[in-house]
Design a protein around this ligand. Structure first.
Ligand code: FMN
Length: 446
């Protein structure tokens, strides 16, 4: 039986927008490296496949009016953070976000080949086009490009990235002291990419890394995002609030793979999941309610405004959600949230409360067996290959997950009992692609 894959989506005090106000949240969570070391070690204790960090290129991560009520406008830069965690961990994958709109593929290729070498084959990069338009203002641009154009750039970006990672054969560096030959010419490959958006000569100035191709993750759910994942990604993160949505997403992205000569197993689908677990249903609900009560209404409305693409900050939170059109440019979730509010006839407060805990990811509250029943149902009914866990609060909720959910998953044979394989690709059950210059073709890792 295949086993579930698990990622941990890190975020200083947690994914619930009011997590930092909880009495057990650490005041120094945004700047104290030791807090992240503890998170990483807890995830390894839980045999997680990977740590994942999102990233933004701006501190303006919510509506201006409530910026000072949220906790993640300023924290550690994720790539530096994961590099520092590499020697302090031994099995877990290290995946973080880079922006195809603001980074150069040559730089990103160097960074992740290096992280792969440092970590012994555990690196991965989450490719995003960056939804937040304010980021452009930090990169000498007056406005952010339109979404479709950003995805066009992303496609070419990933091609260059992958091409650069094949710059050197694994045996290129012969270091023959006798003949004074450090590397063999025919084992070095010059990319010479000349495209619409990038001109990159190559080769990369980092040797081939243990995975050859570090893992590529994609996190957009729109038509363009799904297509990019089908073409180029190894893992896709999603945000589905119920099993039907997740099944539609799973079937859709898996079906797209054939167009690119890929198999369904070549792309792992990991929707986000927030779990509040306790020995009894009542205790779990009480923990969840405690966090919900900590949301300041101004923050809730600002959070909604940013997600919907409509300014609702001046509205009364206890009035029904007005009928507004979806705004595609802020992402797929705008439409999903508006549909849900309409269907459930929710007020603005009910809508922000629903999304505050997990920001549009699935939410499970209950005992270990209740939570694992739902996870198993998704996993066994073609809704996912595992989950990207978005704890509402660190450290408490994540420790509860590792202590209560992981053993239950193991008891049911749904999850590993020890780490297998060497690299992140091995653990995710992904093939290790041979170099494009190697006539041997694709080598299976399993
Ligand atoms: C799990 C997850 C992680 C994400 N991480 C980031 C991130 O780090 N930076 C970012 O700019 N967008 C991030 N996004 C947003 C998407 O990459 C994407 O930009 C957004 O959803 C809009 O694109 P879409 O309409 O294709 O979904 C993330 C989305 C999900 C579901």
């Amino acid at each position: 039986m295949p086993e579930m894959k698990l990622g941990l989506f890190i975020r200083p005090t947690g994914h619930h927008i009011a997590s930092w106000r909880h009495p057990n949240a650490h005041d120094d969570a945004n700047e104290n490296f030791d807090r992240f070391v503890h998170m990483a070690r807890t995830a390894e204790r839980g045999l997680f496949d990977m740590l994942f960090s999102a990233d933004t290129n701006t501190a303006w991560t919510t509506e201006d009016s409530a910026l000072n009520r949220q906790h993640y406008s300023a924290w550690l830069e994720p790539y530096t953070l994961l590099s520092a965690l590499a020697p302090l961990t031994s099995h877990i994958g290290l995946v973080c976000t880079r922006s195809t709109s603001f980074d150069e593929p040559y730089t990103v290729a160097r960074m992740f080949a290096t992280l792969d070498l440092i970590s012994g084959g555990r690196a991965g990069v989450n490719i995003v086009t960056t939804g937040n338009p304010r980021a452009a203002l930090n990169y000498s641009q007056e406005e952010h490009l339109a979404k479709h154009d950003r995805y066009e750039i992303a496609e070419e970006f990933v091609d260059v990235l992958k091409g650069l990672w094949d710059s050197w054969d694994a045996d290129a560096f012969v270091r023959d002291r006798e003949t004074s030959t450090f590397f063999e010419w025919d084992r070095m490959h010059v990319l010479n990419h000349k495209g619409k958006h990038f001109q990159v000569e190559g080769p990369l100035n980092v040797p081939r890394s243990p995975q050859g191709q570090p893992v590529i993750v994609q996190a957009g759910a729109s038509e363009d995002g799904r297509e990019l994942a089908a073409r180029s990604a190894d893992v896709i993160f999603g945000a589905s609030q119920n099993m039907e949505m997740a099944q539609e997403f799973y079937a859709d992205v898996k079906a797209r793979l054939a167009r690119y000569g890929r198999q369904p197993g070549d792309l792992k689908v990991l929707p986000g999941l927030s779990v509040t677990v306790a020995p009894t249903r009542e205790e779990a609900q009480a923990k969840f309610d405690e966090l919900q009560e900590l949301i300041h209404p101004d923050h809730g409305l600002a959070f909604l405004s940013r997600r919907l693409g409509h300014d609702v900050t001046a509205m009364d939170p206890d009035l029904p959600m007005p009928d507004l059109p979806a705004v595609d440019d802020v992402g797929t979730r705008s439409g999903q949230m508006l549909d849900l509010a309409k269907r459930e006839k929710w007020t603005l407060r009910q809508l922000y409360q629903h999304f505050a805990a997990a920001r549009g990811h699935m939410l499970l509250i209950g005992t270990p067996s209740m939570v694992v029943d739902a996870m198993q149902e998704w996993f066994e009914n073609a809704a996912c290959d595992g989950f990207n866990i978005v704890p509402s609060m660190f450290p408490d909720e994540f420790e509860s997950f590792v202590d209560l959910i992981v053993p239950e998953l193991q008891r049911r044979g749904l999850y590993r009992k020890s780490y297998e394989g060497e690299t992140l690709r091995d653990r995710l059950g992904l093939k290790a692609p041979a170099s494009r210059y190697d006539s041997a073709g694709v080598v299976a890792a399993e």
